[in-house]
Design a protein around this ligand. Structure first.
Ligand SMILES: [Zn+2]
Length: 574
C-alpha cells in the first residue's frame, strides 16, 4: 500500500507505558498502518531523528463549545500536543438551546467561564436547537482537533423548563423531557451527561446556575437514562467549598455511582482556601472506597496550580478601586506614563488599603479577577519563567524595600506582557504530585476555551513533560505519555486512540524530550469582535498529526484540518 505519511527515524513512546524503541511509523487513510523499518514510498516524510513519536494527547476537560465555531485550530490546547478534547463539561453547553434563549446562554457562559458574549454572538452561526443538531454542526465545522462532547445539565434544564429551570425543582413532565433528551444525545454520540454543584458556578445576576437548582433525584434520573443504555460518562463539577458541605456532596455522589454503575468523573483539587478544606488525600480515599464498593470513578487532576492570572493588558487585582479605574480606562501607553508618575503611584499604592480584606472565601471561577480581595502577596507571583520557582511579590517587596503594589507596577512597566499568577487551588507542588501519582486520577482539566482572560490551563501537557518528567524526574517519559494518552483514551472509552499501534487513528505528536516546554502566556486581542484572551504556546514540538494529516509544524497550523467528532459507543457503531 502506498503510504500517505512516514515518520522516519524517531523513537516511539507508544502510550502503553512500555519502554521506548526506535522505529518508523507509517500512516495511510488516517490510520497507523505500519511500524518498523519502512521501505515503501510515501507521499510525505517527516524526519524525526532525535525526536519522540507519541500518540496525540487527550484532554477530557475543556469548554471549547463556543470556540470551536470560530477557531478551527483549537487553541491554546493545539499548541501543547493535544489532538483530542472533550467539551461540554460542568453542565455548560450550547445545546440543547431554543433560539429565544441564545443570548441568555451566551451571557451565562460569560458569567461562569469568562467567554466574551460579543465573541459568541459574532463568532457563532447558531443553527441548532437539539443536541444531535449541535453535534452535526460540529461535525461540519473545519477543525484541526477531534472533539467529543457531553450534553450539559444547565443547558438541558433551561431547554426543558425555561426560566423555571433557574428556580424550581423539575416536575415529572420536565424529568421525562430531560431524560429523553439525555438518551437521545448519547445515542447521537454524546460522551455522556455533565452537571455542576460547584458553588463558584453562578449566573450573570449572581444566582446559582440551573444545574445547581436540581434535586439529587433529578441527577439519579438523568444518569439513570444513561444506565438504561449502558452507555455514557457522568461528569460533575464538584462542590469544593470544603468542610461538611463537601463531605455531604461526596456521600450523595457515591450513591449515584453505586446505583447507576456509570463511570463518574469529577475534579480532584487540593486547596488550602475556603472554609475547613478537606485534604486532597481524603478525596483519594473516597474514590478508593467507592470503587471497592462497586462504583466506577475517576478524578480529574491537572499538573500544576490553577491560577488567577493578572496583567497590565488584562485584569489587575486593583482595577475596581476608583483611583485605579481612572488610570486603567486609558490606552496602554498613557497608563504606563501615569504609572511612572511618582504622585500617581503614591495615590495608587495608598488606594490599595481600601480593598476588601481576604477572608476564607474560595475565589474560584474568575472571582479573583472580577471581585478581588486584597491580595495575599505571599501567594501572588510574577511569572518570570514557567518553572514554578519565582519569588512571591511579598518576598520581592521585602528585598527591594518597596510596597508590594509598587513591586507589581515596576514589574509591569518593565514588560507589558508580564503576568502575575495567584494560585487558587493546587497551591503546593507536593499536593499536585500526590494527586497525579494516585492511580485513579487522570491528567486532564485544562479548562481550555474558558476563563479566557482569567486563567490559563492549556499548558498542562507540556508542563507535565518539562517540569515533572525532565526537571523533577517524578515520572518517566513513558509514564507521563501514558497518562496523557492511553489512560485518558481508556477512561473516555475511545477504542482506537491513545496508542501508537497499527489500526489505531494516526493522532501523533513528534517532540524533542529535551526541549518540550510551555512558553510564558501573553494577552492577545484575537477573539471575534476583538475581545482579548490569554494565549500560551510551547517550544519543542516538531509536528502534530491528527487523523493522518499534519495539522501543526513547529507550532504553526498547516491548514490541513482532519479533526472529527468523537462519539459514544452507541453512535460510533462499536
Ligand atoms: Zn469545567
Amino acid at each position: 500500500m502506498a503510504l500517505d505519511l512516514v515518520i522516519k527515524n524517531g523513537t516511539v513512546v507508544d502510550g502503553s507505558g512500555l519502554p521506548r524503541y526506535r522505529a518508523d511509523v507509517g500512516v495511510a487513510g488516517g490510520k497507523i498502518v505500519e511500524i518498523g523499518r519502512i521501505r515503501g514510498a510515501a507521499a510525505r516524510v517527516i524526519d524525526a531523528e532525535g525526536l519522540i513519536v507519541a500518540p496525540g494527547f487527550i484532554d477530557g476537560h475543556t469548554h471549547m463549545d463556543a470556540q470551536v465555531a470560530w477557531d478551527p485550530i483549537g487553541s491554546c490546547s493545539c499548541w501543547h500536543g493535544v489532538t483530542s478534547v472533550v467539551m461540554g463539561n460542568c453542565g455548560f453547553a450550547l445545546a440543547p438551546c431554543k433560539p429565544a434563549d441564545r443570548e441568555w446562554f451566551a451571557r451565562c457562559l460569560t458569567a461562569v467561564e469568562d467567554i466574551p458574549t460579543e465573541a459568541m454572538l459574532a463568532g457563532i452561526e447558531w443553527n441548532w436547537e437539539s443536541f444531535p443538531e449541535y453535534l452535526a454542526n460540529v461535525e461540519r465545522l473545519p477543525k484541526a482537533l477531534n472533539y467529543g462532547m457531553y450534553i450539559g445539565h444547565s443547558a438541558l434544564r433551561m431547554y426543558a423548563m425555561g426560566r423555571r429551570g433557574l428556580e424550581e425543582e423539575a416536575s415529572e413532565d420536565d424529568l421525562r423531557v430531560m431524560a429523553h433528551a439525555v438518551g437521545e444525545a448519547v445515542k447521537a454520540g454524546a460522551m455522556g451527561f455533565s452537571t455542576s454543584r460547584a458553588t463558584t458556578h453562578i449566573t450573570p445576576d449572581g444566582s446559582p446556575v440551573a444545574s445547581r437548582i436540581a434535586a439529587w433525584a433529578e441527577i439519579d434520573r438523568l444518569v439513570g437514562a444513561m444506565a438504561e443504555l449502558d452507555c455514557g460518562i457522568f461528569q460533575i463539577g464538584p462542590d469544593i467549598s470544603g468542610g461538611e458541605a463537601q463531605r455531604v456532596f461526596l456521600d450523595r455522589l457515591r450513591r449515584v455511582a453505586l446505583e447507576s454503575g456509570r463511570p463518574i468523573m469529577f475534579g480532584t483539587l487540593a486547596t488550602r482556601q475556603g472554609r475547613d478544606p478537606n485534604p486532597w488525600d481524603w478525596q483519594m480515599r473516597w474514590m478508593d472506597e467507592t470503587v471497592a464498593q462497586g462504583g466506577r470513578v475517576w478524578g480529574q487532576a491537572t499538573t500544576r496550580s490553577i491560577n488567577a492570572v493578572f496583567s497590565l493588558k488584562s485584569y489587575l487585582p486593583f482595577d475596581a478601586l476608583p483611583a485605579w479605574r481612572e488610570v486603567r480606562a486609558l490606552p496602554l501607553a498613557e497608563q504606563k506614563a501615569r504609572l511612572r508618575d511618582p504622585e500617581v503611584r503614591r495615590r495608587l499604592v495608598a488606594a490599595e488599603a481600601e480593598m476588601k480584606p481576604k477572608g476564607s472565601e474560595l475565589q474560584g471561577g474568575g472571582a479573583a479577577t472580577t471581585d478581588p480581595r486584597k491580595p495575599d502577596y505571599a501567594n501572588l507571583f510574577p511569572m518570570l519563567d514557567v518553572d514554578w520557582d519565582d519569588p512571591s511579590v511579598a518576598e520581592l517587596a521585602t528585598q527591594q524595600h518597596k510596597h508590594p503594589v509598587e513591586v507589581m507596577i515596576d514589574l509591569a512597566l518593565e514588560n507589558d506582557n508580564r503576568v502575575f499568577v495567584q494560585p487558587i487551588v493546587n497551591e503546593s507542588p507536593a499536593d499536585v504530585l500526590g494527586l497525579l501519582k494516585h492511580p485513579r486520577t487522570l491528567a486532564t482539566f485544562s479548562d481550555s476555551g474558558a476563563h479566557v482572560c482569567q486563567e490559563m490551563g492549556s499548558s498542562l501537557q507540556t508542563h507535565l513533560l518539562s517540569y515533572w518528567v525532565r526537571q523533577r524526574q517524578q515520572f518517566t517519559l513513558e509514564e507521563a505519555v501514558r497518562m496523557l494518552t492511553f489512560d485518558n483514551a481508556s477512561a473516555w472509552e475511545l477504542p482506537d486512540r491513545g496508542l501508537v499501534r497499527t489500526g489505531f487513528a494516526a493522532d501523533l505528536v513528534v517532540f524533542d524530550a529535551g526541549r518540550i516546554r510551555p512558553r510564558l502566556p501573553t494577552v492577545e486581542q484575537d477573539l471575534p469582535g476583538g475581545a482579548r484572551r490569554l494565549v500560551q504556546k510551547a517550544d519543542g514540538i516538531a509536528a502534530t498529526i491528527v487523523n493522518g494529516a499534519v495539522a501543526f509544524e513547529n507550532g504553526e497550523a498547516t491548514g490541513d484540518y482532519a479533526g472529527t467528532v468523537l462519539k459514544s459507543r452507541l453512535a460510533a457503531g462499536g
